[in-house]
Design a protein around this ligand. Structure first.
Ligand code: SF4
Ligand code: SF4
Ligand code: FES
Length: 255
């Protein structure tokens, strides 16, 4: 069965743009990306849209569908309100390049600012041993497809360009949490305190655990409960740990 739908698609570039209506055919079983491709094929060949796998795995087709950050390839037309206009806009948190394509370079910059896993001294790859629960924790975070929908939805940076330099966003605070909780990460041995950098360099304190990031994650990662809250707890423990306090005091006196 097929029917006609109205799609309202944002078209423009960094200088501005507007919503443009398209009447377009929709067939049973289609997802939003199929319909956007039909618009491209039949009515607007220059419509810019980023996609790759069409299977919810590459994280390229992120956009806002009826105002909600979603993957276009994983949003079935049958889940949207029947007979209503479908509005598609680019992710709002990142600068528009053209039409539905944004410049997500902010995320790559943040990724570069986080030091990688530091292997333990004297243990070769292949000799690493971890408890299964530690493996499971890392694996949950490693399901991330870098769609940046969590970054897009986070109110700390959405509409707050001024917060971007100081805030890494949920995806990258989750990365710090993963490494900080990793039993083999030897950052501390080389003088790197990941909890401290999360607080002082990556804006952990800006997060007020609203869980909006978790709600939009297409991989169902419990970003807030399993990464952000534990990282906050660990950072607070560090701050109020009497030994850390004493060490800081001594350090201050020495200074
Ligand atoms: S829980 Fe924190 S990181 Fe996630 S959307 Fe809310 S403020 Fe942003
Ligand atoms: S954590 Fe989830 S929402 Fe955020 S970038 Fe990864 S897959 Fe996307
Ligand atoms: S096209 Fe790869 S996630 Fe949608």
């Amino acid at each position: 069965m097929s029917y006609e739908a109205t799609f309202r698609v944002w078209r423009g570039d960094a200088d501005g743009g507007e919503l443009t209506d398209f009447q377009v055919e929709v067939n049973d079983g289609e997802v939003v990306l199929d319909v956007v491709h039909r618009i491209q094929a039949t009515q607007a060949p220059d419509l810019a849209v980023r996609w790759n796998c069409k299977a919810g795995k590459c994280g390229s087709c992120s956009a806002e569908i009826n105002g909600r950050p979603r993957l276009m390839c994983m949003t079935r037309m049958s889940t949207l309100p029947a007979g209503e206009t479908v509005t598609i806009t680019p992710m709002r948190t990142f600068p528009v390049l053209r039409d539905l394509v944004t410049n997500v370079g902010f995320n790559y910059q943040k990724a570069r600012e986080i030091p990688a896993f530091i292997p333990p001294q004297g243990v070769k790859p292949g000799e690493y041993r971890m408890q299964q629960e530690d493996v499971n924790r890392s694996q949950e975070f490693r399901k991330c497809i870098e769609c940046f929908l969590c970054q897009d939805t986070c109110h700390v940076v959405r509409d707050h360009e001024e917060n971007k330099p100081a805030f890494a966003g949920p995806r990258f605070l989750m990365r710090i949490a993963e490494l900080d909780m990793h039993p083999l990460d030897a950052a501390a041995d080389s003088g790197l305190d990941r909890k401290k950098t999360a607080q002082e360099e990556h804006g952990l304190g800006y997060c007020n655990i609203t869980k909006c990031c978790t709600e939009v994650c297409p991989e169902g990662i419990k970003i807030t409960d399993n990464a952000l809250i534990p990282l906050k707890e660990r950072a607070v423990d560090r701050k109020y740990d009497p030994l850390v306090w004493l060490g800081n005091k001594i350090g201050l006196r020495r200074g």
